[in-house]
Design a protein around this ligand. Structure first.
Ligand SMILES: [Zn+2]
Length: 220
């Protein structure tokens, strides 16, 4: 099992060489912080699966968030994308990442808020016409939020030069007008319909979003 202090040292000691953490190291950091959970979970999609990402176990630790933000910036730098004046993330996790990415590159951090069917930039946050901003997001599933953030920014006459994503589990469902740069891609996630879920059949207790236990729906 990875220790955060070890990861930190690996990152820091190699920073001078412009080294980017490997996917394994990032995965280790998320496992260590408790952001990657294994068990029997009910997803927002109503499907079941054995892996659950609780991003706030990573984002609640500023040291971990700082390392992850550094890695996101490195990936954008490696892709040759200029630093923006503003980094924007949707509330809540995306906004926390926007704050830390912005802090490290000397930019401003804005956040979007979910309205009924759209994402909006409120609080007097101002974008210049045509300016290129970075977008940050924690976990992208179906991509609904990230598409809404793009609509919001483009609707205000600005544009996005990079979408920096902590974990992409969208399986290619996201189509945006900017480089889509995930730190980690979950490609082997298996999801089951409840009546076909092997974990249900084994009687493994089902955990809902937010860690609540729900009644096991034993098929039969
Ligand atoms: Zn199940």
């Amino acid at each position: 099992m990875y220790k955060i202090s070890v990861i930190n040292k690996v990152t820091a000691s190699n920073r001078g060489e412009g080294r980017i953490m490997t996917e394994k190291e990032i995965e280790g950091l998320l496992l260590e912080s408790g952001a990657f959970l294994q068990g029997h979970f009910l997803y927002a999609s109503k499907l079941h699966g054995s892996v659950y990402i609780e991003k706030f176990r990573a984002l609640e630790d500023p040291n971990v968030t700082s390392i992850l933000a550094r890695e996101m910036i490195d990936l954008a730098d490696a892709a040759g994308i200029a630093h923006p004046r503003v980094v924007i993330g949707p509330m809540t996790g995306g906004a926390l990442l926007a704050f830390e990415v912005a802090r490290q590159i000397g930019a401003k951090a804005f956040f979007t808020e979910k309205m009924e069917s759209t994402m909006e930039l409120r609080r007097g946050f101002h974008l210049e016409p045509n300016e290129a901003v970075w977008v940050t997001e924690d976990v992208v599933n179906l991509g609904g939020s990230i598409h809404q953030v793009f609509d919001c920014i483009e609707g205000l006459g600005a544009k996005v030069s990079a979408a920096l994503i902590l974990v992409d589990r969208s399986k290619g469902r996201v189509k945006v007008n900017a480089p889509f740069i995930p730190l980690l891609k979950v490609v082997d996630l298996v999801e089951y319909k409840p009546d076909q879920c092997p974990l249900c059949k084994q009687g493994v207790p089902l955990t809902a979003l937010g860690g609540r236990k729900v009644a096991t729906n034993k098929a039969g």
